[in-house]
Design a protein around this ligand. Structure first.
Ligand SMILES: C[S@@+](CC[C@H](N)C(=O)[O-])C[C@H]1O[C@@H](n2cnc3c(N)ncnc32)[C@H](O)[C@@H]1O
Length: 336
């Protein structure tokens, strides 16, 4: 597998690359939107096929330099923009026949290892977790929101069983001193009685804060809705997820667009609706044992895709209602 090398020690392996290419089939040419450019693994691969064009987005300004290099190589076929994919509808794409839109959610290995971003519990200094184009940091969240608010974030975004006790201990400790990354890890260690976890004891709390700081839930939902509208007939929407919350949202959205029966409890009376999309596989595509061996973090990746059956800008999905409880939690940030 090809790895995009950024520095001597830190490499990012594009996950499910062969599978993505086989789903979007760039060998026939066309315009593709890579919503999560990252280290450019997917864009590079698509551009190897002549007659392809790629529009790439990433919220992390540090990926722009990789985008600029690719722009030099393919001035007429590649375009990069530092943009959150929740603003996809702001791009002027009206007359473009977009053949495929891809999302490779989460963060690259390079970002996870970046001390400044502070995504890892091994980072030092202040809590940050801002990937780019953010309004607030994890430090502001942990040091300002109430115990109840923090508990909701840890419970719903991290599935953290010990959310209440961790939040209580955060409030106790921050009355005497601002909480920084190492302090938070210590609080989590003290709050959890059971210590023999498969993953690091702080994983769930850190994931929850990262999702909250980067507004991952609403970004994903608005990114998906815009993509479904932008695509033309036969266009493909392909999404790689890394955690169960993301996958739940993608799965629900794809089902809501492709099944005749309403999947919603909000619309129980309508049992037959018109669909403009097809989901060819009910189950997600997952990495082979070989890929997991070469790149262990790929083990949690799931690829789902959807095909648009007709040209229409109207889409019928109640995804915003379905996940409104999560968007309400995200909106706790309005207090910061
Ligand atoms: C897993 S990496 C993508 C790796 C890429 N497929 C490759 O092969 O190099 C995900 C990228 O998506 C970006 N990203 C995450 N959320 C985003 C959002 N809401 N808008 C735009 N970019 C986002 C991250 O900054 C990161 O660079």
């Amino acid at each position: 597998m090809e790895a995009t090398i950024v520095s001597d020690n830190v490499k990012h392996y594009p996950v499910l690359l062969k599978e993505i290419i086989s789903v979007i089939s760039p060998q026939h040419g066309g315009t593709f939107i890579d919503c999560t450019f990252g280290q450019g693994g997917y864009s590079n691969e698509i551009l190897k096929y002549k007659d392809t064009n790629v529009i790439a987005l990433d919220r992390d300004i540090e990926t722009e330099i990789i985008g600029q290099r690719l722009q030099k190589k393919f001035p007429d076929r590649f375009f990069f923009k530092n943009l959150n994919f929740n603003k996809l509808s702001n791009l002027k794409l009206k007359n473009l026949n977009v053949k495929g839109i891809i999302f490779d959610l989460g963060y690259s290995y390079v970002q996870m290892k970046d001390q400044k971003k502070g995504l890892s519990f091994n980072s030092s200094g202040d809590l940050n977790m801002r990937i780019g184009l953010n309004d607030f940091s994890a430090s502001e969240v942990v040091n300002n929101l109430s115990g109840k608010e923090l508990e909701k974030i840890l419970k719903y975004f991290g599935d953290e069983k010990n959310a209440r006790i961790i939040s209580k201990n955060i409030i106790k400790q921050r009355s005497s001193k601002k909480i920084r990354t190492k302090d938070l890890v210590n609080i989590i260690e003290k709050s959890k009685r059971k210590q023999n976890y498969k993953t690091h004891i702080a994983t769930k709390t850190f994931q929850a804060l990262r999702i909250f700081v980067n507004k991952e839930i609403s970004s994903l939902i608005y990114g998906l809705i815009s993509s479904a509208k932008i695509l033309k007939k036969n266009g493909i929407l392909a999404v790689v997820t890394f955690h169960s919350l993301e996958d739940k949202i993608v799965k629900y959205f794809f089902k809501s667009l492709s099944e005749h029966k309403s999947v919603s409890r909000y619309r129980p009376k309508i049992d037959q609706k018109k669909v403009s999309f097809k989901m060819p596989l009910k189950k997600p595509i997952t990495p082979s044992d070989k890929e997991i061996n070469e790149n262990p973090p790929s083990r949690s990746a799931k690829l789902r895709y959807l095909i648009k059956l007709e040209d229409t800008f109207d889409i019928e999905s109640d995804i915003l209602k379905k996940f409104s409880h999560l968007i309400d939690i995200e909106n706790l940030s309005l207090k910061l």
